[in-house]
Design a binder for this molecule. Structure first.
Ligand code: PDD
Length: 284
């Protein structure tokens, strides 16, 4: 049984309790981060905590713990659960108060919970074979740059993908891909340019995205941050996604059609390798 973290305490997972009045539960008034663990160490922890602070700021939410406290807690959870490879999920909500739409007084204590999942991240068969995805209309709200737990629509899209035998879904707004349900989306054009949507309120600023684009630039690959269309996917030689838990994952088919030659391509393969190598160096 796992040990999880709830409001300052480490408890067995079946003893962890959060109020039914918690605003995360009633209003999805909560933010989260997922940090991967490799060799028992946290990957890009500072990036994830920086984004958590930004999400909290955008929502006027106070963070009950500072970055140093959060780092200690993440390390403690990884150690107590002997996680060698996997992830730490962290969620902060605005706290528990009687149900009312406006935000409660700012001194309402927030709820902090965290748990680990053990998972093979490096030796992931999907990284070797790639995944097939479908595209669905992006019906999410207008602030996808804030990492909230309001994930019903991404869950619906992922469910639809699974029912159709696909490994994921990319979201499309006005004919242009925004991002995946839980990852950022990329294509590689015939001239070798990596194209991924530019940062705005339409997508989450992926921590892995930032690191992977830095790797691409270091390797002198051409990168264009702009929207791309479904038609451009048809003409692409490669496609891939990035996220904290999948790193770089090749996409070999979209809506039943192969991308390029239908196999993981050299750009995604190289970026995955370099990303893992570079980020292990700075793991904490
Ligand atoms: N999802 N876009 C969305 C909508 C996401 O939910 C995520 C991450 C990303 C990639 O961000 P990062 O590289 O920082 O993980 C992009 C996490 C992994 C999740 O919900 O489990």
């Amino acid at each position: 049984m796992r040990t999880v973290f709830v409001n300052g305490e480490y408890v067995p997972e079946d003893e962890a309790k959060v109020s039914i009045f918690d605003r995360g539960f009633l209003f999805a008034d909560a933010i989260y981060e997922v940090t991967s663990v490799l060799s028992g160490r946290l990957i890009d922890f500072d990036g994830h905590m920086g984004r958590l602070e930004r999400s909290a700021g955008e929502l006027d939410m106070a963070l009950p713990m500072d970055a140093a406290g959060l780092l200690d807690m993440h390390r403690e959870l990884v150690a107590r659960n002997a996680v060698d490879e996997g992830l730490v999920y962290l969620q902060v909500s605005r706290g528990a108060v009687d149900r009312d739409f406006p935000f409660p007084p700012p001194d309402t204590p927030g709820t902090v919970i965290a748990f680990t999942q053990t998972k093979k991240l490096i030796d992931n068969p999907k990284a070797r074979t790639g995944i097939e995805i479908i595209t669905v209309e992006d019906l999410r709200w207008g602030r996808c740059d804030i990492k909230t737990v309001q994930l019903l629509y991404p869950s619906m899209a992922s469910t639809r993908a699974r029912k159709q035998g696909a490994g994921g879904a990319w979201l499309v707004r006005d004919g242009m891909v925004t991002e995946g349900t839980a990852n950022n989306a990329y294509i590689v054009t015939r001239d070798g340019t990596i194209v991924t949507r530019d940062l705005s309120h339409d997508i989450l600023s992926g921590i892995t995205r930032k690191a992977v684009l830095a790797c691409a630039k270091k390797l002198q690959m051409k990168v264009e941050e702009r929207p791309f269309s479904l038609e451009e996917i048809d003409n692409a030689v490669e496609a891939f996604t990035t996220s904290a838990t999948t790193f770089v994952q090749p996409v070999v088919g979209v809506n039943g059609k192969p991308v390029g030659d239908g196999k993981p391509g050299p750009v995604a393969t190289k970026l995955r390798e370099i990303y893992i190598e570079e980020n292990l160096k700075t793991a904490r």
